[in-house]
Design a protein around this ligand. Structure first.
Ligand code: IMP
Ligand code: MG
Length: 181
């Protein structure tokens, strides 16, 4: 068990299991995109460890770009405007695989899809290390999923709790508040 700020977490997925699953995902992508070139788009901050490890196992021609999704108040009266920061490369006619640490409600992924499609890439797919289907209410389901997990809060391997815990090699889950434990 570990303590991060005010919360206690317990080991959930070991570093070995994480690496095994990342290898499986990379193999699937290598097979599915054989004969093609892929531009990986990693979503910061959370996906940096996943992106780094999966990228090393890709054997097809590939490039990688790191982006951040930001939402700002536009000049229009209605709501907020989403922007993809860091996409400095032309994605038109390219095969894109988005790399995410976790797909939860799916809102982030939906925003990225909308922003990328405007540039008319050949294809866009999502690879995520973790997926919480019970929380998902988005339009774009992830195509490559490492671990399907219940609606629990997790940290480690890039994922944070109030910016802490990203450095952990394993993935930890929030320990239940059961007073008997
Ligand atoms: P979304 O709800 O699918 O848009 O997910 C948004 C973001 O919330 C993810 O990219 C993560 O950064 C963060 N997130 C969702 N679930 C967790 C969690 O269990 N631990 C840490 N961060 C999370
Ligand atoms: Mg994230």
């Amino acid at each position: 068990m570990i303590q991060i700020l005010d919360k206690t977490f317990e080991t959930y997925i070991s570093p070995e299991k994480i690496q095994e699953e990342i290898n499986n995902l990379a193999q699937k992508i290598n097979q599915d995109y054989a004969g093609k070139e892929v531009l990986f788009i990693a979503v910061l901050n959370g996906s940096f460890m996943f992106a780094s490890d999966i990228f090393k196992k890709i054997t097809i021609p590939c490039e990688i770009s790191f982006v951040k999704v930001s939402s700002y108040k536009g000049t229009q009266t209605t709501g907020r405007v989403d922007e993809l920061i860091g996409l400095n490369t032309d994605i038109t006619d390219k095969h894109i695989v988005i790399l995410e640490d976790i797909v939860d409600t799916g809102i982030t992924i939906d925003k990225i899809f909308t922003l990328l499609r405007a540039h008319q890439p050949s294809s866009v797919k999502i690879a995520t290390l973790l997926y919480k289907p019970d929380a998902f209410k988005g339009k774009n389901e992830p195509h490559y999923v490492g671990f399907t997990i219940p609606n629990v809060f997790v940290v480690g391997f890039g994922l944070d709790y109030n910016e802490k815990g990203r450095n952990l090699e394993a993935i930890y889950q929030l320990k239940g508040n059961d007073p008997a434990q």
